[in-house]
Design a protein around this ligand. Sequence first.
Ligand SMILES: *[C@@H]1O[C@H](CO)[C@@H](O)[C@H](O)[C@H]1NC(C)=O
Length: 225
Amino acid sequence: MMRSVHLLVTIAFMALASSLSSAYDPSPLQDACVAVDDPKAAVFVNGKFCKDPKLAMADDFFFSGLHIPGNTSNPVGSAVTPVNVAQIAGLNTLGISLARVDYAPYGLNPPHTHPRATEILVVLEGTLYVGFVTSNPENRLISKVLNKGDVFVFPIGLIHFQFNIGHTNAVAIAALSSQNPGVITIANAVLGSDPPISIDVLTKAFQLDKDVVNFLQSSFWWDNN
Ligand SMILES: *[C@@H]1O[C@H](CO)[C@@H](O)[C@H](O)[C@H]1NC(C)=O
């Protein structure tokens, strides 16, 4: 009796450990799980309801318009056009997505992280200075200047950026290892949260005067996504 209880506990623990270690979009259990809004028509999988796979059609796996440049007339001079499960319902459960990023001359895709995805980026036009920073305690900056045709990887969760150092527009396509990678833009999240983080927290965290933190918190933090 004691032995079988012990065995059960061990099996339960192993099941828990394997589900905790699966920190990525789960493997699909069927060919497709096209996301639908209507729960009556559907089964709930991976945060979305799935359409009956027999009813899946080409348009569930289709997006048009990635040839259209994003509008970079904004304070950071860049624009991200996402193509994830919000745009293509058929990406549900598949663990992959895309984005187009446009950069005005000297435009910046500001330091941000994707909590659920590694990113691989290819430069189609222009010259980008890109980089990411490794975790504590090293916080090493790994950076490079990329030209047309160059590819760079930003590991999951790490803070990264791309800066157009050319005097012409730049364009890149990013592939991400999640149907819903998420974006946390560092300045926006920390200095522009709603409601604001207590000034006592930020003055201590950044070792800055209240006036500087007040100024930063009252600044407008553009979201280029
Ligand atoms: C781009 O954005 C700017 C600022 O919001 C706006 O004035 C302009 O009309 C937009 N351009 C296009 C082509 O949508």
